[in-house]
Design a protein around this ligand. Structure first.
Ligand SMILES: Cc1cc2nc3c(=O)[nH]c(=O)nc-3n(C[C@H](O)[C@H](O)[C@H](O)COP(=O)(O)OP(=O)(O)OC[C@H]3O[C@@H](n4cnc5c(N)ncnc54)[C@H](O)[C@@H]3O)c2cc1C
Ligand SMILES: *[C@@H]1O[C@H](CO)[C@@H](O)[C@H](O)[C@H]1NC(C)=O
Ligand SMILES: *[C@@H]1O[C@H](CO)[C@@H](O)[C@H](O)[C@H]1NC(C)=O
Ligand SMILES: *[C@@H]1O[C@H](CO)[C@@H](O)[C@H](O)[C@H]1NC(C)=O
Length: 808
């Protein structure tokens, strides 16, 4: 599998045509360019089929001197018969994937230019042709002919077994003996073999079940499978076997017991044997008992394996919206469409508790109402964290996996939650009378395509979706489609490194979970009873059967949110304080009076700093409330700035500057007037007083202009503030703040420059002294340097963080 993944082809170009129309022509052209080479090399099989894709680069290493026997299909991608045969071959590969170490399937597209030489060398003239290469084939081997006239997987499988049985020496080392066993061999079996179970399959002479199960179990340890023919009278009478086929377990103590299965058929034997206690997949550590959790920080939470837990669904939302999405600083184009669809489906069908639903609905309405062609993640985060403080609205923070717990921290969890979430959503859509059968599936497809962190997974999923999602015509079929695709993924991943040994990938639901879901066809092949699977899925994933164990208490979530909000407000206050000081410093500079008054100002400032405590808090309280109100409105009416103001938008949203700065400034202006009049009384003649008051008016006007349409950096000192404000935050907050700034950092320079210019102009118009101006310039220079340093630092940090975001 790992090998397969490594070879993942470039076929997937991730096109979802629907949105192409919106993309500008050059992008479309680029698209087409990306697409065409992959179309040229597109064969009938992809990396997610269990077929080795042969090419000149790997043909030698795969076919020559291989330890497994190989069946290779030579086809031409344009040939109708080949196209018709490809699903059969694919199913065959899926069916016998456990046999891989002994026998494997490969395919090569002889229509592809680069492959022609090899196809000719092998002597291929007609398509499709299947050739058999026995293990340890020589370099000049042309393979043996293999007649594949049948389109029946079962028949092909039997032919493969025939070929294996007639395999010349040397026998593929991984292939177990396939001939029937005898009484004598069984009697001495445990003397020479150190395994826990010997499984005996009693069958007719013509039956292949024994050999198939033997091969199905070849990758499992502690169990050996042998077949006993009906004609082996001694054993049959000794055990009183009357049913053929049937399976008996023989253990070292000499005990015989019948293996209990729902139906006496290959799939059921294999499934039951692979799950016997003590039986493990080769190369995998034996499963740890569930309570022995090595994960120290997180104690294992006991749970019912046949239930869905809301804790997993909420954790999935948290991870998806707060972690996975956060990797996209700006979301636009196709990704934005994906996000909107995803959130819309969640708001419609997620069976969450009221607080969560409130949040999803608010997020949805704000997303759908925004008309711009891009949004910053920062804006989404504001809503997720409910900074507007709408009542009873929250998305619990953090991950608490329950049904998706893994025996190790890197196993299961988020991808498990993602599957569960979408199964639940398809079932909810059906239950609550959705109208568009593909709504949920295409939301999932787009989300996975645009955001799912496991890119290989996304490619595989896209291939499946492209293949057959159009066939989904009803809401019920949508439920079944996702179930069957998920099983296909399970089949591919069984035994993979990412498989949790405690949660082996099975075709789901297992016979224990839903006996009625499984049946067999007349020829003994396994068959899903979809008329049973469907009601099972509907009840398993229905909102009424979701368990709420281990959920964080609602009041606690809201309290935490309030706390977080309060501390963020505090941080904002700190920021404002710095802002104010800076402004005062500037005002003192713009002050028309000689050094004396400047000194006094400074003294006052110091005093204020010392006694700022209580007075300031009061201040903050009032202002906080006012700010909240305004924010609420801002968020409600225009959650995202208009598209033409794109550049500054993310940032303004982030700091919600307009309202706060506006408020603060009005107050301060009054202060200034007071101070001016005070100074005037003491130091100024009446004539000067008039001049001063006219200046104040002038300044007020200017401020208004700046505040209204512009980026609203009242004092042009914006960039400087967070640095100092950070010192007053605790470490955690500080980090969040920093991230926040890092997310919006790209706009800094421009804005600082802008306000810089404006400030200078107004300063000049008032009549600065040269010293004042140079002081200003120095201050700006310092702030710019600070910013630059921070930008560099966070860029580095962002890179680190991106690295960590990769899925477990
Ligand atoms: C879209 C998508 C694509 C992925 N592609 C890949 C990939 O290409 N390669 C890779 O290594 N990993 C892939 N993964 C991850 C992989 O599928 C598993 O999610 C992961 O290995 C965790 O497995 P798990 O044991 O928790 O069970 P999961 O497969 O995650 O299943 C979660 C739960 O859903 C239930 N379930 C299982 N099967 C079904 C079914 N057929 N129908 C309904 N419910 C079911 C079970 O209760 C199970 O515990 C993908 C995940 C997603 C969401
Ligand atoms: C084939 O493999 C065997 C052992 O695995 C080795 O001795 C031999 O040299 C190999 N031959 C070729 C042609 O690679
Ligand atoms: C085989 O089973 C025995 C008994 O349960 C166990 O001790 C042993 O570890 C198992 N061997 C392997 C390879 O799993
Ligand atoms: C787990 O859930 C199933 C299905 O609801 C139920 O039948 C079973 O009794 C539960 N098991 C435990 C241990 O609670």
């Amino acid at each position: 599998m790992a090998r397969r993944c490594g070879r993942a082809t470039s076929r997937f170009t991730g096109e979802i045509h629907k949105h192409a129309g919106k993309i500008a022509t050059p992008v479309v052209l680029l698209f087409v360019c990306l697409l065409s080479p992959s179309v040229a090399q597109a064969g009938l099989y992809t990396a997610s089929d269990q077929v080795i894709l042969l090419s000149p680069g790997n043909v030698e290493s795969v076919l020559i001197n291989s330890t497994a026997a190989i069946f290779a299909e030579f086809y031409a991608s344009w040939c109708g018969h080949c196209i018709a045969f490809s699903p059969v071959y694919r199913n065959l590969a899926r069916d016998i994937k456990e046999w891989k170490p002994a026998v494997d399937l490969a395919a090569i597209d002889c229509a592809a230019e680069e492959n022609r030489k090899f196809c000719t060398a092998i002597g291929i003239r007609a398509y499709p042709t299947i050739k058999f290469f026995h293990a340890y084939s020589k370099a000049d081997s042309k393979g043996q002919a293999f007649k594949a006239s049948s389109h029946d997987v079962r028949v092909l499988r039997h032919r493969i077994i025939d070929k294996l049985e007639n395999h010349v020496e040397p026998w593929p080392p991984a292939c177990p003996p396939l001939e029937p066993t005898s009484q004598a061999e069984i009697d001495s079996f445990f003397e020479t073999n150190n395994v826990q179970y010997l499984a005996l399959i009693f069958e007719d002479t013509k039956s292949y079940i024994g050999r198939e199960v033997t091969l199905d179990l070849l990758q499992f340890e502690n169990v050996t499978v042998r077949r006993v023919l009906k004609t082996e009278d001694g054993l049959v009478t000794k055990l009183g076997v009357t049913e053929f086929p049937s399976c008996y377990l023989y253990s070292p103590g000499g005990n015989f017991s019948r293996l209990r299965v729902n139906i006496e058929a290959r799939t059921f034997y294999s499934y039951a044997l692979q799950r016997l206690p003590g039986v493990t997949r080769s190369g995998k550590p034996p499963p740890v008992t569930t309570d022995v959790s090595k994960d120290k920080q997180e104690p294992w939470k006991p749970f019912n394996r046949s239930r869905v837990y809301m804790a997993d669904l909420e954790s999935t939302l948290h991870y998806s919206l707060r972690v996975e999405l956060a990797a996209h600083t700006v979301i636009k184009g196709e990704a934005l469409t994906s996000l909107k669809k995803y959130i819309s489906v969640l708001a419609k069908y997620f069976p969450g508790r009221p607080v969560v639903m409130n949040l999803l609905k608010s997020l949805n309405s704000q997303l759908q109402n925004q008309t711009g062609n891009e949004i910053s993640y920062e804006a989404v985060r504001e809503i997720l964290n409910n900074t507007a403080q709408s009542p009873d609205t929250a998305l619990p923070e953090g991950e608490r996996w329950v049904g998706c717990q893994g025996s190790q921290p890197h196993l299961r969890r988020y991808p498990c939650g993602m599957w569960t979430l979408f199964h639940v959503l398809t079932v909810q859509a059906k239950n609550t009378g959705g109208t568009d059968p593909q709504e949920v599936l295409s939301a999932m497809r787009n989300y996975v395509h645009s955001f799912f962190g496991c890119r290989a997974c996304a490619e595989h999923f896209e291939i499946m979706a492209r293949e057959s999602m159009v066939e989904v015509k009803t809401l019920s079929i949508a439920v079944l489609w996702l179930w069957s695709r998920h099983n296909r993924v399970n089949n591919r991943l069984a035994g993979d490194l990412s498989e949790d040994p405690n949660f082996p990938k099975v075709q789901w639901p297992s016979p224990e979970m839903c006996p009625a879901c499984h049946s067999v066809k007349d020829n003994g092949e396994h068959r899903w009873s979809q008329e049973q699977v469907f009601p099972f899925l509907m009840s398993y994933f229905s909102s009424s059967s979701i368990l709420t164990d281990y959920l964080e208490d609602e009041s606690q979530i809201l309290a935490e949110q309030r706390e977080k909000h309060a501390s963020q407000q505090q941080a904002l206050e700190a920021q404002k304080r710095v802002e104010r000081k800076a402004r005062e410093a500037l005002d003192s500079m713009t002050h028309p009076l000689p050094s004396q008054s400047t000194v006094q100002d400074e003294e006052e400032e110091e005093e204020e700093e010392e006694e700022e405590g209580p007075q300031d808090e009061e201040d903050e309280g009032n202002e906080g409330a006012a700010t909240d109100e305004m924010e609420g409105k801002t968020l409600e009416t225009t959650p995202w700035a208009k598209p033409e103001m794109e550049v500054g938008r993310g940032r303004r949203q982030a700091h919600r500057k307009p309202s706060i700065v506006g408020l603060r400034m009005r107050e301060l202006q009054e202060d200034i007037v007071d101070l001016d009049s005070f100074v005037n009384q003491h130091y100024r003649a009446k004539a000067l007083q008039v001049a001063a008051s006219s200046r104040v008016k002038q300044r007020t006007l200017q401020r208004k202009e700046e505040r209204d349409p512009g980026p609203a950096f009242g004092l042009g000192m914006e960039g400087l503030q967070p640095v100092e404000a950070d010192f007053e935050l605790d470490a955690g907050q500080q980090r969040k703040r920093l991230q926040k700034r890092e997310l919006t950092g790209q706009h800094f320079d421009e804005e600082v420059e802008l306000s810089h210019g404006g400030r200078l102009m107004s300063a000049l118009s008032i009549g600065f002294s040269k010293v004042d101006i140079s002081l200003c310039v120095i201050l700006y220079f310092l702030s710019s340097m600070c910013l630059l340093a921070m930008c560099l630092f966070f860029k580095k940090r962002l890179r680190l963080r991106r690295g960590k975001l990769a899925l477990p």
